[in-house]
Design a protein around this ligand. Structure first.
Ligand code: MN
Length: 230
């Protein structure tokens, strides 16, 4: 006899897979902080002295299909952070960096939306970042391109425009911690699972978004991310 939930558990968050009708089921969303030296410097940190650190967003924070993103409550300083997103097909603990890419299903372009004022308040008061980072609709991203088609991008342009004006511009090769290093590091602290997403950090040029803004971002070789802030 199968057990039933006492209330409707609701739908599972999913991300479309490019060129198919299939959805990739989202388990957790891990995000790397300050993974490009120039962005670490713009946030007032020395990029050479810190091991990687992570924070999380809820799985249902994903926004797909180019849907509008509502301006979130509780902030006057919503920021964009364009990032390469890694999707895991296989999980594990203590993953060897040399084998880490074998766990990857594919890649997407995402924006780690941030309530910068709430994040700064949390930093000042030595409190958790959840209110600044882990809010509803804080993870817009494109469809996933399977690694079987794309390979594993370790370099290539990454950029973001707001209303046609270039704000962020970088190259994946400037990541401080590579994708395999991030997977290996995380797997020493969590059991990674199929369905996990990893946002891999943003290059310099983060800035504020307002209602009505048109956001467009891309990474060489991947689909373009386009959404409006409502
Ligand atoms: Mn970020």
């Amino acid at each position: 006899m199968s057990e039933t939930f006492v209330i409707d558990p609701g739908p599972r968050a999913g991300v479309p897979v490019a060129g198919t009708n299939a959805l990739f089921p989202v388990h957790r969303i891990y995000c790397v902080g300050r993974n490009y030296a120039a962005h670490a410097r713009e946030m007032g940190k020395d990029p050479d002295r810190e091991p990687p650190f992570f924070f999380m967003k809820p799985a249902d924070a994903v926004v797909t299909g180019g849907a509008d993103v509502p301006y979130p409550p509780g902030t006057k300083d919503l920021h964009h952070e364009i990032e390469l997103v890694v999707a895991l097909a296989r999980g594990g603990r203590d993953i060897d960096p040399a084998q880490a890419l074998d766990h990857v299903f594919g890649y997407a372009v995402g924006v780690d939306l941030t309530r910068r004022d709430l994040q700064q308040q949390a930093k000042d008061l030595a409190r958790p970042w959840d209110f600044g980072k882990g809010f509803d609709n804080s993870a817009p991203l494109t469809a996933l391109t399977p690694a079987a088609e794309l390979g594993h991008p370790a370099s290539g342009a990454i950029w973001l425009e707001v209303n046609g004006q270039r704000r962020q511009s970088g190259d994946l090769r400037d990541m401080i911690w590579s994708v395999p290093e991030s997977i290996a590091f995380l797997s020493r602290y969590y059991e990674l699972c199929p369905g996990d997403l990893i946002f891999t950090g943003t290059p310099a040029g983060v800035g504020a978004l307002s209602r009505g803004d048109k956001v467009r971002g891309a990474i060489e070789g991947l689909a373009e991310l386009v959404f409006d802030i409502l």
